[in-house]
Design a protein around this ligand. Structure first.
Ligand SMILES: *[C@@H]1O[C@H](CO)[C@@H](O)[C@H](O)[C@H]1NC(C)=O
Ligand SMILES: *[C@@H]1O[C@H](CO)[C@@H](O)[C@H](O)[C@H]1NC(C)=O
Length: 301
C-alpha cells in the first residue's frame, strides 16, 4: 500500500520533471547521452541576450529566438570548430524563445552547453552559414555546478563510450526497480529500491529529485564497459559509491526512521540536515537502551 503510494507520487513527479524535455521529444537524459547526441559541446561565457529572429529569416516580426552573445572558452567537440570559435572574441548562440529552448540562461554566467548546427543561407551571396543552436535536450550546466567527475567526462570520458555504452532511460529504471522490497537482508539494495548497481547502467533522476537527494549517476559516473565482464556498467568509483550509499541511507531513513539501513551511529552522518542527524542518533540510543533493558530482563529469567 505504502509502496504503491510512493510509486504514484513518483509517477507524478516524473511527469512533471520530464515534461519540459519531453515536449521536445528527448525525455530526461544523462549528461553522457546529451554529450554523445550533440554535434558540439563547449564552455561559453554569456555577455548578453536579446530576443530576435534567425538571420535571413523572412518572419522578421516573429522574434521566436533568443540570441546569446557569448565568448567560447573551451570546445570539447568537434575539434574542427575549436580554432575558429576560440579565436573569435564574440560568437552568437541561438535557442528557441519558447518551451523547447533554454532562454533562461543568465547573463555574465559561464555554462557548459551542447547543441547542433542549423544552416542558414545568405540570399545575396548564397553562402551557407552554420548557426550554433541549443535546446532543452542538450547540456546547459552552470560551470559552478559541474562536478570534477563530469569535467573528466567532458574532456574525453564520455566520448570514449559514445558508440558503445549508454545509461538506460529513467522510465526503464523505474519499472525495473519498483518491485524492490525494503528488507533488511537486501541491504544495501533494499534501501535503494529506486536505484541499482546492476549491469546495464540503470538510472533514475526523477527518484533522486523526488527524494531530495543527489543524482549520483549524473554527477559521479559514466556508463562504461567493464573489462572483466565485458558488460556495460556504471563506473563504480569511490565518490560514486559514497554518493550511492549516502543517498540510500537518506531515503531509507526518510521513509522509515527505524529502517534496518540505519544501524550504526556512523550511518546517521549521511542524512541531509543537522536536525535529522541528531534525531537519528537519538533514535539509535533509544533502541540501544531498549535492547539493553530487554537483555537484562532475559538474564533475570
Ligand atoms: C557582445 O558583448 C560584448 C560585451 O558586452 C560587446 O562589446 C559586443 O558588442 C557584443 N556583440 C554583439 C554582436 O552584440
Ligand atoms: C550544414 O552545412 C554543412 C556544410 O556547410 C553540412 O556539412 C551540414 O551537414 C549541414 N547541416 C545541416 C543540419 O544541414
Amino acid at each position: 500500500m505504502k509502496t504503491g503510494f510512493i510509486i504514484l507520487i513518483l509517477c507524478f513527479t516524473m511527469l512533471h520533471y520530464g515534461k519540459a524535455a519531453d515536449e521536445c521529444g528527448c525525455g530526461v537524459r544523462h549528461p553522457q547521452v546529451k554529450f554523445c547526441d550533440a554535434t558540439f559541446a563547449m564552455i561559453v561565457q554569456i555577455h548578453d541576450k536579446i530576443q530576435d529572429d534567425l538571420p535571413f529569416s523572412e518572419e522578421t516580426y516573429f522574434k521566436g529566438y533568443m540570441k546569446f552573445n557569448v565568448t567560447v572558452l573551451e570546445v570539447f567537440k568537434p575539434d574542427e570548430i575549436a580554432p575558429d570559435l576560440i579565436n573569435e572574441e564574440y560568437s552568437s548562440l541561438w535557442t528557441e524563445a519558447s518551451f523547447c529552448g533554454v532562454p533562461e540562461l543568465d547573463v555574465i554566467e559561464t555554462y557548459v552547453i551542447s547543441g547542433y548546427f542549423e544552416n542558414v543561407t545568405d540570399p545575396t551571396t548564397d553562402e551557407t552559414i552554420p548557426l550554433l543552436m541549443m535546446n532543452r535536450c542538450g547540456l546547459h550546466l552552470k560551470m559552478d555546478d559541474v562536478t570534477t567527475y563530469q569535467m573528466k567526462g567532458l574532456t574525453g570520458g564520455y566520448a570514449k563510450q559514445c558508440n558503445d555504452c549508454n545509461p538506460t532511460d529513467v522510465y526503464g529504471a523505474l519499472t525495473h526497480t519498483q518491485s524492490g522490497e525494503l528488507e533488511a537482508e537486501l541491504f544495501p539494495e533494499a534501501m535503494t529500491q529506486f536505484w541499482t548497481l546492476d549491469m546495464q547502467c540503470f538510472y533514475n533522476p526523477a527518484a533522486s529529485m523526488h527524494n531530495l537527494v543527489r543524482d549520483c549517476e549524473s554527477e559521479q559516473s559514466i556508463c562504461m564497459r567493464d573489462a572483466q565482464t565485458s558488460k556495460c556498467t556504471w563506473d563504480l568509483n569511490n565518490d560514486f559509491m559514497e554518493c550511492f550509499k549516502q543517498r540510500g541511507i537518506s531515503v531509507a531513513y526518510r521513509h522509515n526512521p527505524n529502517s534496518a539501513a540505519v544501524r550504526r551511529p556512523s550511518d546517521c552522518k549521511y542524512l541531509q540536515s543537522r536536525k535529522l542527524k541528531k534525531k537519528c542518533l537519538r533514535n539509535l540510543r533509544k533502541k540501544y537502551k531498549a535492547r539493553k533493558k530487554q537483555g537484562r530482563r532475559i538474564d533475570q529469567d
